[in-house]
Structure formats: C-alpha cells, structure tokens
Design a protein around this ligand. Structure first.
Ligand code: AMP
Ligand code: ZN
Length: 473
C-alpha cells in the first residue's frame, strides 16, 4: 500500500515519505479566535482531523499542531468593540472553539500553541531573516520599527502559489500606515500603535505580523522541515507563500514537504466567509443538524473539491448517519439476542475483505474520503443483508463489529461509543425527577434537566403516554 498526496507545491500526486520514518509532523493553520467559527472553517478542522486519524491508524506517530491566532487586527477591533482586553477575548473564543470542535468529534491537537505565547521564537526567526538580508527595518514616528520581508530579495518567492513577480506586483496593495519599500513586501513585525497590545523587541515595542507566527511555531514544535502543512485553499496566497518564504529564507532548508489545501465550502456559489456575511456558525449548524451528519457531509466530498452548503446535503447526510447508526445498533442487538450463533461466515468475510481493501486504496489515493464513505455504506448494506439471516455465526458479529469500529475510529461518522442504552438508567431517573419537578411547578429545575440532557445529545419528547427520549446523533 502506498500513501499518495496531491502536493500543492509540485501540483502532482506524490508518494508520501515522511522526514523521519514512522513519524509525521503535521501543522494545520488554526482559527483566529475573535468569534465563533463558521461551518466553512469547520471544513479544514474536520477534514484534517480525519487525515490525522488515518495516519495514526496507518501506524504513524503523528504530532499534530494547530495554532490559535490570538493577536491580529480582527482581535483588536472586536476586543475594543466589546470593551475587553485582547487576551480576555482570546480566552473566551478558545473556550468556544473547543465546545464546537469537541462536539464535532474533532480530536484535540497534540499541541495547540498561541501566537502571543511565542514572542521569543517569533523575534528570533525575524532576527535570522534580517541577518540573511531578506528583511529590513523602517522606523516609525513612535520611535519603534516595522520590519518587512523583502520579497524581491528572495528569488523563489511565488513558488507555492505559482505566481511570477509581475503577476504579484499587479495585485499588490499597500495598507494604510505601512511604509514599506515595495508594495510586495509584507510585515514581519508591526511597530506599536496606541491602544494596541505590544511586546518588547529589538526594534522597539510592537506585535508580530500574521504569517510569522506559523513559521515560528511550526519550527519550534516540529522542526525546520516538516511533513505536512494544511489549511483552506485561500491560505495558499499570501499566508502560506509568505510562511514558506520566511522559513526558507531563515533556515535555508525546505519548510514543508507536502502542502495540502481543502476547497471552499460555498453558499449560493460564494465562499462562506465572515466578511461577506453569508455564514452559519458551527454552533448554529449543530443545533440544526446532528454533529455526525455535519462530519459526514464534509467527508462526502473530496477534500480538494468545493462543496455547496445546502440544507438538502445536510439532510441527506443526516439520513446517512441514521442508516449507519441503525446498522450498528441492530448489529449489537442481534448479537445479544443470538450469541450462540452458527453457520458459515466465509462469504461475508470475503466480501468484507474486498470492500476493506478498496477502503484503504481510496484513502491512500490522496485521501479520498468521498469514495471511502461510499464504501462504508456498501459495508453497511452487506452487514444489513447478513443480519436478515436466521443463523449467524459468532465470527460474523465479531468481524462486522470490528470493521464498523475501525471505520468509525478513522472517519468518526458512526458514533460507536455512543451506545444508545449505556446511559438509559441515568436518563430515566432524570426524566422522573423532571416529572416530579414539573408537578411541583418547579419549572426552573425541569427546564434545567431538559437542557442538560439536550447538551448531552438526548432529546425529550412529552407525549400523552409520558416522556420519551431519543439520542441526537
Ligand atoms: P481563519 O480563522 O479565517 O484563518 O480560517 C480558519 C481556516 O478555515 C483556514 O484554514 C481557512 O482557509 C479555512 N476557511 C475559511 N473559510 C472557508 C470556507 N468557506 N471553506 C473552506 N475553508 C475555509
Ligand atoms: Zn498559518
């Protein structure tokens, strides 16, 4: 089996060979924590969570780093608008990030570094770039200096986004307040401005530009050359182009061996983004749709293709999750009911093996989750067909259960750990307590119980025959 990735640097599919055998260093650009993240941002978080899970499943020891951008213009504006400090704002939205990400089954990064906690590393890489002659300092009226990357001094610039200097020049803009020598240059360090957080540096007080944080944190935690760097396709330019230029200018070594970018999540054919105002937060989405369905929706497309965010797609995914869940619970129930089992499981094993081989084939071929989820549904169809049989051998149950557990561990769309009956006693007890609270007109308590259960994915329905409950998968 050969794992291949489409590498945006070479624009070809390449065999994956990690720098250190058996290990993968993986950096994924994380959120700017000035607000809730939207369902477009959720796409890379979910997609690269699955890639990481797959690499782990394939036996690699993966160090997965996803940063929090906790200082930039958007952070400062929002903090000022709310009358709170930037660190307070960051704290709040990092907490909110984890609420949504955990609910969406996104495994926590091995390391989740914050820009503001890495000033020493950021300053040290800027010093290296200055020493190599690829950056310059401009004194500002405050007495502190801006530091800019000198794009024209660095010949390979444009190699990731495949743009020539002429093309780049046509699109270059100078931001208000910037005093750079060339419109192509970008800020590594911004001199302090009144009302903005700032840190000591050899160029006076100031704060880092956006791109430099990823260069600094990537090399700190993963080394100068890493295996995989990922993010949405909008990050290719300028963010990743700049990260690569800075890092390679500083170290003289390749920064990243495989660049992976996910396509956009579109809404009415436009990129979902905060600035266009056409977004739905992940928080709102998971109130409307089961988290497993949101994951399945993302995985139903190839990660590099654009996807359209439409209710039909989400509802279809929700239907798919129900099918997966039903198969899983039916399998468990059937096993309990017919544990003695007999018969020949060989034809099942053979068919499953063929499907399983295809699963690895498509996942190895540039991580094709769209094909992989298709195969998962074929497995479910196969299991369902076998479940209709009168006599079922124990091997069937063991192997089918093992297979579904494995696919869930990689894709996270079945929710095998959420066994519907595991908490049944506790839920029933709370329903009784809620009934008693309602009788006593203690609606605060009865609402609290309902909300608590809902927060744990349990939906209550009051019917003429009493209160029923079901899981929100
Ligand atoms: P940001 O917080 O804006 O830096 O975005 C976090 C991640 O979400 C980055 O990897 C972006 O490329 C990605 N992203 C933003 N909008 C979309 C979108 N509409 N579709 C897919 N990915 C997106
Ligand atoms: Zn980044």
């Amino acid at each position: 089996m050969t794992l291949m990735f489409y590498n945006d640097l070479t624009r070809t599919k390449e065999k994956f060979i990690p720098v250190r055998e058996g290990r993968v260093s993986f950096y994924s650009c994380g959120p700017t924590v000035y607000d809730y993240f939207h369902i477009g941002n959720a796409r890379p978080f979910i997609i690269f969570d699955v890639l990481r899970r797959y690499l782990e499943h394939r036996g690699y020891e993966v160090t997965f780093v996803q940063n929090f951008t906790d200082i930039d213009d958007k952070m400062i504006h929002r903090a000022n608008a709310e009358g709170i400090t930037v660190p307070r704002l960051a704290e709040r939205f990092i907490e909110e990030y984890y609420k949504d990400a955990d609910a969406l089954g996104i495994h926590r990064a091995t390391i989740a570094p914050r820009a503001t906690e890495h000033m020493a590393e950021i300053i040290s890489i800027i010093i290296k770039i200055l020493r190599k002659g690829h950056a310059y300092i401009v004194e500002t009226p405050s007495g502190s200096g801006d530091v800019y990357f000198d794009v024209k001094s660095y010949a390979p610039y444009g190699k990731l986004s495949k743009q020539s200097l002429d093309e780049l020049e046509a699109g270059a803009r100078v931001e208000v307040g910037e005093v750079k020598r060339d419109p192509l240059d970008f800020a590594l360090w911004k001199a302090e401005k009144p009302g903005e957080p700032s840190w000591e540096s050899p160029w006076g007080r100031g704060r880092p530009g956006w791109h430099i944080e990823c260069s600094a944190m990537s090399s700190k935690y993963l080394g100068e050359t890493i295996d995989i760097h990922s993010g949405g396709v909008d990050l290719t330019f300028p963010h990743h182009e700049n990260e690569m230029a800075q890092s390679e200018a500083a170290t003289g070594k390749p920064f990243v061996n495989y660049w992976l970018h996910n396509g956009f999540l579109l809404i009415d054919k436009e990129k979902m983004s905060k600035s266009l105002g056409n977004f739905m937060t992940a928080r709102a989405a998971r109130e409307k749709y089961p988290p497993l369905a949101i994951r399945l929706f993302m995985l139903n497309a190839h990660y590099r293709s654009p996807i359209n965010f439409a209710p039909e797609g989400l509802e279809q995914a929700a239907g798919g999750v129900t099918r997966l869940r039903n198969c899983w619970t039916n399998l468990l129930h059937a096993r309990q009911a017919r544990a003695e089992g007999d018969g020949d499981a060989a034809p099942f094993l053979e068919e499953l093996k063929a499907l399983d081989e295809r699963f690895y084939e498509v996942m190895d071929d540039d991580f094709n989750t769209a094909a992989a989820t298709g195969i998962l549904f074929e497995v479910v169809r196969l299991v369902n067909t076998w479940l209709k049989r009168e006599r079922l051998p124990l091997t069937f149950f063991e192997v089918a259960e093992g297979a579904l557990r494995k696919y869930d561990e990689i894709l996270g769309v079945i929710g095998v750990e959420v066994t519907p009956d595991a908490d049944a006693d506790k839920i029933e007890r709370l329903i009784k307590e809620r009934g008693a609270a309602r009788k006593a007109k203690n609606f605060a308590r009865s609402d609290e119980i309902r909300d608590d259960l809902l927060a744990h994915g349990v939906i209550l329905e009051d019917t003429p025959h009493g209160t029923k409950w079901k899981r929100k998968f």
